[in-house]
Ligand binder design. Structure first.
Ligand code: GLP
Length: 249
């Protein structure tokens, strides 16, 4: 696991978008896994900027998002699909036919999850998966539990997740469940980039980097992947020792 410390969110966005853009310039039909939440927003802005400046085209890029709330239609402004449209897909030349999402509105969640797993495999797997991290160490919506899941599944959201994300929903209308890629899906991506900023992430980052590998802190499983880069600011890195950052850079 490579840990990188940055001075600002803008510097993180420049670094992460640079990696994603170079990937697409080298392989226009790259398969990219995207995340939602506040962590990747500036990275998406930088990707849009690069597209507008004519430095990159995303028309052949195939995308898979990590997760989606259950019971929201794609047109619901609080769905993760709508989030991706407004922050990235709708602002550049991504093609709808290349965009893949877990169907949180599916009548049969299990079938939707199985289909998603097949779609990822049929695309040849994910070249680069972008990740954030929850304050409880969740990645995607893999909440702390007693086992790691392999493929996509339906999850009951933890109370801490509802507290953190409730602000996006009117009158406590936040769904209780979501569909998410499993830990196995995330680990099968060939390269992982994780962004964490702010003090609220410091404990989760420490557990992810220094703690034992346990489903009680789902992000700790990233210790077992051979190509993970973690992008931190001073606050999210505040519970790590300086030597942790140096040794792993
Ligand atoms: C959300 C998402 C995750 C995201 C995380 C952190 O619940 N399901 O994919 O990485 O929580 O969100 P944020 O970046 O807003 O802190």
């Amino acid at each position: 696991m490579q840990l990188k410390l940055f001075e600002s969110e803008a510097a993180i966005a420049a670094a992460v978008s640079g990696i994603l853009i170079r990937q697409v310039q080298t392989k226009p039909a790259s398969v990219l896994g995207f995340a939602t939440g506040s962590s990747p927003v500036k990275t998406y802005d930088a990707m849009v900027q690069a597209y507008q400046n004519g430095l990159v085209s995303f028309r052949d890029v195939v995308t898979f998002n990590l997760d989606e709330y259950c019971g929201l239609s794609k047109t619901d402004e609080t769905s993760y699909y709508a989030f991706m449209q407004s922050h990235l897909f709708g602002r550049a030349d991504f093609q709808q036919k290349n965009i893949h999402f877990l169907d949180g509105n599916a009548v049969h969640a299990e079938a939707a999850c199985a289909a998603y797993r097949c779609e990822i495999a049929a695309a040849g797997g994910i070249d680069i998966q972008l990740l954030g991290i929850g304050t409880n160490g969740h990645i995607g919506f893999n909440e702390p539990s007693d086992s790691f899941s392999d493929g996509p599944f339906q999850v009951h959201l933890a109370q801490s997740t509802k507290n953190a994300n409730g602000k996006y929903f009117k009158d406590g209308a936040m769904p209780d469940t979501a569909l998410t890629m499993g830990i196995g899906d995330i680990l099968r991506a060939r390269k992982l980039l994780l962004i964490a900023t702010g003090e609220s992430k410091a404990k989760a980052i420490r557990a992810m980097v220094k703690g034992e590998v346990t489903p009680l802190c789902p992000a700790s499983v990233l210790q077992t992947h051979s190509d993970v880069t973690v992008f931190l600011d001073a606050q999210s890195a505040s519970l790590l020792a300086e030597e942790d950052l140096w040794q792993r850079n």
